[in-house]
Design a protein around this ligand. Structure first.
Ligand SMILES: [Zn+2]
Length: 343
C-alpha cells in the first residue's frame, strides 16, 4: 500500500469520524430557533419526538410522510408556532394535514388552533362532550377542582400547572378561569371514534386507541406499528413515582387493565407524554409497580390499618431506584389508598 493511499484512507477515516461526530452532536442539540430546553429527536422513518422543556413539560410526536404531516398534541400556541417554523424549514414540501388531540386537558391541546386553517382534527368522541362540559364534570389536570361549584376556577381553587398558567389562560383577565378559557385553543375534532381508529398517511399506519378510561374518559394512546413506537399518554411514568393525583378518582384496576392492553402491542420505543422515554420493559415495569402498590395497600386495608399506618409500614423497596421514591412514595400510597376505596 503506497504512502498516498494510506494518507487517503486516514483522511477518509477522519472524515467519517468527523461527520459521525457532527451528526451525533446535531441529534443531541436543541432544535435551532427555539429555547435551549426544546428538542426534536428523530425516531426514524419520518417520526419525531418533541420535548418542550424540563421536568413535567409535555412531550409529543409528529410524523412526516410524502402525503403530509400528522402532529399529536401540540401543547400550547407558543410551541405550535415554533413547531410550524421548524416544519416549514425542515420539510418545506409538506403541509400539516392531521392534528390528533389526545384528550381535553389544556396542557396537551392548546396548540391545536394554530393549525385550524390547514389540518383535520381527530380525537375520541368523548372529547366533544368534555369540551362542552362544566369544570366540575371535566376538571383540568391534577387536583384542581371547582370546589364551590360556581362553574369557574378562582386562583384559590387552581392548583399546580393550572395555577402557574392562570394568567396566560385568563383571557378576559377577570381572575377566574372558565371551561371556555381553559380550552380556548383546543379545536373541536372533525373526526371522532370510540375504541380504535387506524389511519394510513403516505403508507405509514397510525393507530389511535382509546385508553379505556385511564386518566380521563376521552384519553387516547397513539401506536405507530411501522415504526415500532408507542406514544403512551397521561400518565405512564417510566421508572418514576409521580404525583399525588389519586389516580384521577378512578379505580387502580382501570389503570392496570389499560396498561395491559398496551403491552399486547408490538413496539420497541415507548414515548410518554411527560418525562423520559423508554421501551416495552419499562411499560411492563410500570404495570408491575401499580400491581405491587395496590397489593401492599389493599393488604394493609384488609388488616385494618389506617392510611398513616400503611405509609409507615409499606416500603416497596424494590422501587428504591426510581425517581421520586424518597419524596413521592407516601403520596403514591395515599393515591392508591383512595383509589382502592373506590372499588
Ligand atoms: Zn391529562
Amino acid at each position: 500500500m503506497g504512502f498516498t493511499m494510506q494518507r487517503g484512507i486516514k483522511y477518509l477515516t477522519l472524515l467519517v469520524f468527523y461527520f459521525a461526530f457532527i451528526a451525533n452532536t446535531l441529534a443531541q442539540a436543541p432544535a435551532r430557533g427555539g429555547p435551549a430546553q426544546r428538542s426534536i429527536t428523530d425516531l426514524g422513518d419520518g417520526l419525531y419526538q418533541v420535548n418542550t422543556g424540563a421536568g413535567v413539560s409535555a412531550v409529543f410526536v409528529f410524523l412526516v410522510t410524502d402525503a403530509g404531516i400528522l402532529i399529536v398534541d401540540p401543547p400550547n400556541p407558543a410551541i405550535a408556532e415554533w413547531l410550524q417554523d421548524q416544519l416549514s424549514s425542515r420539510f418545506p414540501d409538506q403541509d400539516v394535514v392531521y392534528v390528533v388531540e389526545s384528550h381535553y386537558h389544556w396542557d396537551h391541546t392548546r396548540g391545536a388552533k394554530t393549525f385550524a386553517d390547514i389540518a383535520s382534527f381527530i380525537g375520541h368522541e368523548n372529547l366533544l362532550k368534555n369540551l362542552n362540559a362544566s369544570i366540575a364534570e371535566a376538571p383540568p389536570p391534577g387536583n384542581t377542582r371547582d370546589s364551590n361549584n360556581d362553574g369557574l376556577l378562582s386562583r384559590e381553587e387552581a392548583q399546580t400547572g393550572t395555577l402557574a398558567n392562570f394568567d396566560a389562560m385568563d383571557s378576559n383577565a377577570d381572575n377566574y378561569l372558565s371551561q371556555a378559557e381553559l380550552t380556548a385553543d383546543t379545536v373541536r375534532p372533525d373526526i371522532v371514534f370510540s375504541d380504535r381508529l387506524e389511519l394510513n398517511l403516505g403508507g405509514k399506519r397510525v393507530v389511535l386507541l382509546w385508553s379505556q378510561n385511564r386518566h380521563t374518559d376521552d384519553l387516547i394512546d397513539v401506536y405507530f406499528p411501522d415504526h415500532g413506537v408507542l406514544l403512551a399518554s397521561d400518565y405512564v411514568w417510566i421508572n418514576r413515582m409521580c404525583c399525588n393525583f389519586q389516580f384521577d378518582e378512578r379505580p387502580m384496576r382501570v389503570w392496570i387493565e389499560s396498561i395491559k392492553n398496551l403491552e399486547a402491542l408490538d413496539f420497541d420505543i415507548l414515548v410518554n407524554s411527560h418525562f423520559d422515554s423508554g421501551n416495552k420493559q419499562d411499560l411492563i415495569a410500570f404495570r408491575h409497580w401499580l400491581e405491587d402498590l395496590a397489593n401492599e395497600v389493599s393488604t394493609g386495608i384488609a388488616n385494618g390499618l389506617s392510611l398513616a399506618e400503611i405509609q409507615a409500614s409499606a416500603k416497596l423497596d424494590q422501587y428504591s431506584g426510581w425517581a421520586g421514591y424518597d419524596n413521592q412514595l407516601n403520596s403514591m400510597i395515599e393515591s392508591a389508598y383512595y383509589s382502592l376505596m373506590l372499588q
